[in-house]
Design a protein. Structure first.
Length: 236
């Protein structure tokens, strides 16, 4: 889990998500509600491959970087994970650095957003080619104390699209995390991105791509009465 604490899940995966989240993501991705400047941690061990800063940390920065805002990606060998809409990327990290599970990679914000709703957009991509190809990812582990649990299984389903908007997810830290083996840069070519240059950002693609709907909402408010901002999401 890329955060510590208990926070709601917003929209999950692709078109067809529950309720008002239908059509929000046309490619695989998950939105986690997180407070502004809340620490964001690496969900797995790997190498920092890309990092983009240049957008304002919150709403009002405009539809910066195609709506993706500030973001960082980590290469886990068989896939890359992207952390999008960050207020700030961890200033101590550089492309090529190794991170462990639970290492700080940035802070939650709403960079690139056109609405008020701080959150983390998380997705995973295949590393073979660009533009990126989102993958339907499955389990995300979390620690309940020292007990390892997996989501969405812990919620009684194996399908993220069946998790209702506003469902709380909990992670107490990384005490239950498996220690990671050193990264093997000599992995098979099939697991390498074609343009495998650290920090590579093709001119035609930086963060968003055709079909992405970063930041498309129709209204905001505390719809469930929990004192926190919620989003009413729809296609633009």
């Amino acid at each position: 889990m890329p955060f510590i604490g208990e926070y709601d899940i917003w929209c999950t995966l692709a078109t067809g998500g529950t309720g008002s989240c239908g059509n929000h993501h046309s490619t695989w991705g998950i939105d986690f509600e997180l407070p502004f400047n809340h620490p964001v941690y690496s969900a797995g061990a790997g190498t920092v491959k890309q990092a983009f800063e240049g957008c304002g940390p919150a709403t009002g920065s405009g539809y910066c970087n195609g709506g993706a805002g500030n973001w960082i990606s980590v290469d886990h060998g068989d896939h890359w994970a992207r952390y999008i809409h960050l207020a700030y990327v961890n200033a101590t990290l550089n492309v090529g650095d190794w991170v462990e599970i639970g290492d700080l990679i940035g802070y939650a914000g709403c960079s690139g957003c056109t609405y008020t709703g701080t959150h983390l957009h998380y997705d995973e991509t295949l590393p073979q080619s660009l533009p990126v190809s989102r993958i339907y990812f499955g389990k995300i582990f979390a620690c309940h104390g020292t007990t390892k649990v997996t989501y969405p299984d812990h919620l009684g389903t194996t399908n993220w699209q069946e998790v209702p908007y506003g469902t709380p997810l909990r992670n107490d830290g990384y005490a239950c995390a498996d220690s990671s083996a050193p990264f093997d840069p000599s992995q098979p070519d099939s697991n390498q991105i074609d343009q495998n240059t650290p920090g590579f950002m093709p001119a035609g693609w930086i963060g968003a791509e055709s079909g992405d709907r970063f930041g498309s909402v129709t209204d905001t408010g505390d719809f469930d009465g929990d004192g926190r901002m919620d989003l009413l999401v729809g296609a633009p």
